[in-house]
Design a protein around this ligand. Sequence first.
Ligand code: HEM
Length: 418
Amino acid sequence: MSELRTFLTFVAGIRRRKLTFARDGYLRGDLNARLHLAVGREDPYALYDRVRAAGPLVRTRSGDWVTADHQVCDTVLRHRAFGVRPSKLTVDDALADQFEVSFLGMDPPDHTRLRRLVQPFLGPAQVTGYAPLIERATDRLLDEAGPGNTIDLMAAVAGPLPMAVMMEMFGVPADRRDAFSRSAAVVGSAIDGIHSLTHAARLRDASLELERLFTDLFALRSREPADDLISHLVVQPPGRIEPAELLPLVNLLLVAGFETTVNLIGNAVLALMVHPGCWDALCADPRGEADAVIDETLRYDPPVQRAGRLALEDVEVAGRHVGAGEYIFLLLGGANRDPVAFPNPARFDPGRPRTTAHLAFASGIHYCVGQPLARLEATTVLRRLAERLPGMNLARPVRRRTSGMVRGPRELWIRRHT
Ligand code: HEM
């Protein structure tokens, strides 16, 4: 009964937030709220420009702050006066009530302790070891994409690849992978927001199922450790990780690493298909060009569009006084289009000089720990597509996801050959 009450309170919270966004966005002209509405999801970049034009740090109708300024975003992300506890308003907050987000939702010293445990598994050297697996999996998925000339790249490759890599990294036994992938994909979709009562119910069922699967896997790897991330976590001496921290940690890796990578692949292919000159340049030199295309995609159309930070004490930012307990929405996608940091920012140009770092992976202590893996997966897919299907092109207009947080194509239909 109390579980039902929690669930209904949770769903009511989502509804309330939706209404608040609609009221503030449509009736009160609040640009930050508009980003959560259809208009903002379709083209957030126009709204980011308006936020930036209003000032480097702008008050919202809800009493929070918002910024699309590259320097301000970077400063806040690196500033010790800010922490990661969520605001009272965001949909992300509703998720945080439902799912613990492990060290992404923690400040030091707990953040440092848990991040250090997974970092060795996701560092560049370790990740390079996954290169052959990623290449084999990409080729297998392309081979199995079906006989027709037209395929949905999201369903055929961009979705299954990150999941297959994650299963390998976690050390999920072969006979459990289908069950894991099914539940993990639903749980991973939580990052995209909760769209309906049905979605919320599916999410709850999938997270219970995933919890059961992970609990079995923790027990298996405690008895029979192998060379994988779960074994590494379950054999830690006392004090490094509490048993209750295990499940949130692996869930974080799933949620943070799945939809993000899926949409990086989708956004990169989409950008290339609508900029045929860039696609031709990639096909002429797939190995040499893929890194630059991925980096430019991360700047131009990043999968994670926003982050947020809570002021832990009174602090001065961009000439404004931010009080302790006040929240700043950091529009990462807007920071990446700040003309001060990136000349001609609306132009997709993989050849642009890399003098300023984009914020697609944030910055500061929460800088994405999975970025080497995400880059490797995405560059491998682009390279193999360019090598195998240089004649491919867009087969249908693209439908975007409906989330303001994660940006990417819902489906991406391509013709393999013209
Ligand atoms: C294109 C793909 C990805 C993008 C755009 C992305 C983006 C981000 C961003 C923006 C943050 C910071 C969030 C914040 O500070 O509020 C973050 C953190 C994080 N990401 Fe990623 N991510 C990607 C892939 C991955 C992958 C593949 C993994 C794991 C396998 C991963 C695991 C994490 C974790 C664990 C954190 C929390 C780091 C911390 O709190 O110290 N991410 N990511």
